[in-house]
Write a protein of this length. Structure first.
Length: 518
């Protein structure tokens, strides 16, 4: 029996087929085929053009890097290892601060490790205009029953030997080197192709520890403890400041400048007290003369260029191997909006499947920009550091205004630091170092003749073995003149113009003999 209701299955199926055929004709036809062929050809041509021009940029950057730094091998440039028997950081008292947690290595110095329990720290009065500082003994003594003793003597007794740490460190001063562990060259060799995976020790609580060591030095000098003054001054210079220079990376340069600055403040104060003998002053000069802060900064910048170049090549080669490199390319974080996260994911995929030349261009941009900031290799090149930094900032603001959308610059730009003009800071640190070496010679003269000389010519023979020229004027000594109770040394500063020791124009360093404690 036939049903009166017609079937709709067949017409519906035929309609679907007709729609599919219509869409196929719209999507795929001869015109569309030619369009796709042209697009693929143009894309291939772009890839070839991008790869070629970027390879030329990378070759030029590599050649300039080798000419300026002298090598393209970051492992050869890294500081070599130091045998434990020659390393101050191999002392048991220091190694007890070394902690390993997987791939993390940290030196953890307990808070107030060099101070007795319950010790009340005195106020340090600082004069920013000439970088002098001293202990406020009167405020520290207020409300205390000192039983007729001078505050400095009581404080010296309370500080003691730094919980037995100072004698242990002093026993290691005969070791010729002070270097963080593990050695940088060994870690780079273990890291392989990607130097940024090398383990770098993290040293914490440095500033507080340096201030505590400086307090020991200031107080020992104030009471005339010659032996403790000499040994503590050397510990202060060698423990962290010298060790920081053993890691040729920017972080080592920054720690070196900061730690040396704290040490220099305390030593400057200590030199104003009659707590030195000729041998102690000579040892201090020898230690100060071991390091050139501008050279430390030069090595830091150079290592950043070498390792950044190496990482750029590593990322390029990894991207050629596929999507595993997604883990190494980070352009955002999970806190971004979904739109930003999608854009970041698209950027990562573009670097994996886009032209290899994008990576070469980024690596070349990174190296060229760092080399521009490093500047030429000459003794006075630091004076142009500020101008080089401003020129690069202007270039980035104008030429690369849309750098977030420029795949040839995005990775390289993200890797560039914003650290200001470090060359001025390194040069001023070097000036203060050289002032201390000169101050040692002047103090030896005062001990022999009863007063400071009227000219640095009187101590030229004592200074002959040491580089003590004004960093702003490589062939001249710093300015010098006698003042009431001491003297003033000055540098011409970044403009290399000698303003006669004028505040805010020249760099000033002042020595004031401490007459309050006599």
């Amino acid at each position: 029996m036939n049903s009166s209701t017609p079937s709709t299955k067949a017409p519906s199926r035929l309609y679907s087929v007709r729609v599919a055929r219509l869409l196929a004709r719209l999507v795929w036809n001869r015109r569309m085929g030619w369009t796709l062929a042209c697009l693929i050809s143009l894309l291939t041509l772009y890839y070839q053009w991008e790869n070629r021009r970027s390879a030329i940029e990378l070759k030029a950057a590599h050649q300039r890097m080798v000419e300026r730094i002298g090598t393209d091998d970051w492992i050869a440039f890294a500081a070599p290892g130091v045998p434990d028997e020659q390393n101050l950081f191999a002392l048991p008292v220091v190694e007890q601060w070394l902690h390993r947690d997987g791939k993390q290595i940290r030196y953890i110095i307990p808070k107030n490790a060099f101070l007795p329990p319950g010790f009340v720290k005195p106020e340090i009065i600082e004069n920013d205009s000439d970088k002098t500082s001293r202990i406020n003994f009167s405020t520290w003594a207020a409300g205390r029953d000192l039983k007729g003793e001078k505050p400095a003597i009581v404080m010296h007794r309370e500080l003691g030997d730094g919980n037995l740490l100072l004698p242990q460190l002093a026993a290691g001063l005969s070791k010729p080197f002070s270097a963080w562990k593990p050695a940088q060259r060994e870690e780079f060799a273990a890291a392989g192709a990607n130097p940024y995976t090398a383990i770098q020790p993290n040293v914490g609580n440095v500033n507080d520890t340096m201030r505590d060591l400086g307090l020991h030095l200031r107080v020992a000098a104030a009471v005339g403890d010659v032996e403790k003054t000499r040994s503590t001054a050397l510990i202060l210079l060698r423990l962290f400041p010298e060790a920081a220079t053993s890691y040729h990376w920017m972080i080592g340069s920054l720690v070196s400048i900061a730690a040396h600055g704290l040490a220099f403040e305390a030593i400057q104060d200590a030199l104003g007290n009659p707590a030195w003998d000729e041998s102690g002053l000579r040892m201090l000069q020898l230690q100060l003369g071991k390091i050139n802060d501008l050279e430390v900064m030069e090595r830091g910048w150079s290592m950043e260029i070498l390792t950044g170049f190496g990482v750029g090549i590593h990322i390029r080669e990894s991207c050629r191997k596929g999507s595993s490199t997604l883990e190494e390319l980070h352009f955002g974080n999970e806190d971004d909006s979904w739109l930003h996260r999608a854009a970041n994911a698209a950027t990562r995929l573009a670097y994996i499947y886009g032209p290899t030349g994008w990576h070469d261009a980024n690596t070349a941009f990174y190296a060229e920009t760092y080399l521009d900031m490093l500047g030429p290799k000459r003794e006075s090149a630091w004076r142009d550091g500020r101008a080089r930094g401003e020129a690069l900032k202007k270039r980035r603001d104008e030429e690369y205004r849309y750098i977030d959308w420029n795949m040839r610059r995005k990775i390289g730009a993200l890797a560039l630091p914003n650290v200001g003009n470090l060359f001025d800071a390194a040069a001023e640190c070097l000036f203060r170092r050289r002032c201390l070496m000169i101050a040692c010679a002047l103090e030896k003269h005062r001990m022999k003749h009863g007063s400071f000389p009227v000219s640095l010519e009187a101590v030229r023979d004592d200074l002959e073995p040491f580089p003590v020229a004004d960093p702003a004027r490589p062939n001249q000594l710093p300015g010098y003149r006698l003042e009431s109770g001491g003297y003033l040394l000055w540098s011409a500063g970044p403009d290399a113009h000698d303003d006669g020791g004028t505040k805010d124009k020249d760099w000033l360093w002042r020595m004031k003999l401490n007459t309050e404690l006599k």
